[in-house]
Design a protein around this ligand. Structure first.
Ligand code: PLP
Length: 396
């Protein structure tokens, strides 16, 4: 039997390669940080991690992880409702709710699971989910698992949203769902307006803060802080795998009864293992750090502003953004790959994205800034971009 299937896979894989969509993986032999070492021996400046606050290799989190290991062991060997809940899990859930100004939280193995498990327990075919066209794959999958009627509006388009909200008035309940920051453009969703429309058209709001939490707002409390709309977002999903230490873990936080229902019915929560104590303890320490100081946010915001201003001054076409994502527009798929490859030669690790990851004809290099970057790292990157940009005719 496998022979025929194997031939099929080989054909499909070669199609992926021919289409130029085959993904290969670079091998890193150092911890994640501003400077990383590859298995080729090359040391490069890393501008493509979601390590926005530079916490992925932070000594305080490593210490807290070790402490969690010592006090609570390595693994939980259980789901939460059987014997997978420790005092640490409860403490982290409280810390997340305190951080976002919400009532309660529920942990998942990843935000992919939080999004996969948030719709189906809450909504039925009588209800409606209204989703931004650029929402993350995990939201799309979560929506697929739920029988609610589906509506879509163009990215961040409030007239489009109002239109579908009107269409969805027949349904019993409506939920508008959006990413807080869209990962390819770095734009912040207009959640202030979304909340207003939702209030006018009787809908709930769910924001996935994976790329916005820790980054957006003076103290990193995400879109609620950015727009000063604390308490008006019903559900927030997020990850511990980006700004918040970069290890693993996801959560939903929001209204008390919603979280209570998810604990009863959310399948990725009920049927998947509990997060390990070391990750949870490091998460607790991380939120303590967040409440003590916002110096990491200050540094990230200063780095982002500096980088964007210098790149604009050098003549690059940069998407306007209020996050730590800087899209350097090239509009040509091959150019995006050539430029990323030349930048790597210059010691700058960035990724070029093109269709279908971004719209056709909108190829770009995405630069992700971090509080781990020092001014000299930014200057080196700007210098390399300028050199390679001139070489390839992107700038004059
Ligand atoms: C990264 C990301 C996720 C997935 O988070 P994990 O915890 O890695 O599963 C979900 N939603 C959005 C918007 C993301 O950017």
């Amino acid at each position: 039997m496998y022979g025929k299937f194997k031939d099929h896979l080989i054909r499909e894989i070669s199609n992926i390669k021919e289409a130029g969509l085959y993904k290969s993986e670079r091998i890193i032999v150092s911890p994640q940080g501003a400077i990383i070492k590859l298995d080729t021996g090359q040391e490069v400046l890393n501008f493509c991690a979601n390590n926005y606050l530079g916490l992925s290799n932070h000594p305080k989190l490593i210490e807290a992880a070790k402490e969690g290991l010592d006090t609570h062991g390595y693994g939980m060997s259980s789901v939460r409702f059987i014997c997978g809940t420790t005092d640490l899990h409860k403490k982290l859930e409280k810390a997340i709710a305190d951080f976002f100004g919400t009532e309660d939280s529920i942990l998942y193995a990843a935000c992919f699971d939080a999004n996969g498990g948030v719709f189906e327990p809450l909504l039925t075919e009588e209800d409606a989910i209204i989703s931004d066209s650029l929402n993350h794959a995990s939201i799309i999958d979560g929506v697929r698992l739920c029988k609610a009627k589906r509506y879509r509006y163009p990215n961040a388009d409030m007239n489009g949203l109002e239109e579908v909200l009107k269409q969805a008035q027949e349904q019993r309940f409506r939920v508008v769902v959006t990413d807080g920051v869209f990962s390819m453009d770095g734009n912040v969703a207009p959640v202030d307006k979304i909340v207003e429309l939702a209030e006018r058209y009787d809908a709930l709001v769910l924001v996935d803060e994976s790329h916005s939490a820790g980054v957006v707002g003076h103290t990193g409390r995400g879109v609620s802080e950015h727009f000063d709309i604390f308490g008006r977002i019903d559900m927030i999903t997020g990850t511990l795998g980006k700004s918040f230490g970069g290890a693993i873990g996801g959560f939903t936080t929001g209204r008390k009864e919603i979280i209570e229902m998810l604990r009863q019915r959310s399948r990725p929560y009920l049927f998947s293992n509990s997060l390990p104590p070391m990750v949870v303890n490091a998460g607790i320490r991380m939120f303590e750090m967040m409440s003590e100081t916002n110096e990491l946010q200050d540094k990230l915001h200063a780095n982002t502003k500096y980088f964007m201003e210098k790149m604009l001054a050098a003549g690059f076409d940069i998407k306007p953004a209020q996050s730590a994502i800087c899209a350097v527009m090239l509009y040509d798929a091959k150019l995006s790959q050539d430029m990323a490859s030349r930048l790597l030669d210059e010691g700058i690790y960035v990724i070029g994205f093109y269709y279908p990851v971004v719209p056709d004809g909108e190829a770009r290099i995405r630069v992700q800034l971090s509080a781990a970057h020092e001014r000299e790292h930014l200057d080196q990157a700007i210098e390399a971009f300028t050199k390679v940009g001139k070489e390839l005719g992107v700038i004059k």
